[in-house]
Write a protein that binds this ligand. Structure first.
Ligand SMILES: Cc1ncc(COP(=O)(O)O)c(C=O)c1O
Length: 195
């Protein structure tokens, strides 16, 4: 009798979690806009929320000076303390919000900070409530973490805002996180304590 040998499929070069992801709509739109522009089409690109002005000169100058001054080494992981203090000062001065530097983490953009938070909090099978319409990356981050997105749709009648009653009805014992932005991208709706 021939010996039976199990044949295992070779491992996929990419992790399975990557295969769950789809290309974000904003990236696909930006690519399309670039392609059309390259063909000479007059495109108004509404994909990324990128400013249509240059970085102010004083910021460019400060970045150049920092390089010339040798400010090119690792910083503390949460950000340099002077910057975290300046962020607290800005929050107090302009937003009436009271934070201490040890409550601030500087990241390379909101996307990274949100992805870190979602990956730190969400286990496979956890539910994440997302107010819809929403910035496209929210559900991709939840997918990456193995969670399930529970979309709550804000209605036109309520200025695209999700109501407290909708939220209350959606919360289960598996709810781990609620994600929304205010002002909302894309609707611009601003939530108040009683929305
Ligand atoms: C609601 C929302 N959160 C996060 C981001 C990502 O921000 P960043 O470009 O700082 O990573 C965007 C970008 O459009 C956004 O609209």
């Amino acid at each position: 009798m021939m010996p039976v040998t199990a044949t295992l499929a070779p491992p996929s070069p990419l992790a399975d979690r990557l295969l769950r992801m789809t290309e974000p709509a904003t990236i696909a739109m930006a690519k399309k806009a670039r392609e059309l522009a390259a063909q000479g089409v007059d495109v108004i690109n509404l994909s990324f929320g990128e400013p249509d002005f240059q970085t102010p000169q004083y910021i460019k100058d400060a970045a150049k000076k920092a390089l010339d001054d040798g400010f090119t080494f690792y910083t503390p992981v949460a950000g340099i303390v002077e910057l975290r203090q300046a962020i607290c000062d800005k929050f107090r001065r302009e937003n009436q919000l009271d934070f201490q530097p040890n409550q601030i983490v500087v990241s390379t953009g909101a996307k990274q900070a949100l992805a870190n938070a979602v990956l730190s909090l969400v286990n496979p099978g956890d539910e994440v409530i997302v107010f819809s319409p929403y910035w496209v990356s929210y559900s991709e981050m939840v997918k990456l973490a193995g969670g399930t997105t529970v979309e709550l749709l804000g209605t036109l009648e309520n200025d695209y805002k999700v109501t407290a009653a909708q939220l209350e009805a959606a919360i289960t014992e598996r709810t781990k996180l609620i994600m929304y932005s205010s002002p909302c991208n894309p609707t611009g709706a601003v939530l108040a304590a009683k929305s």
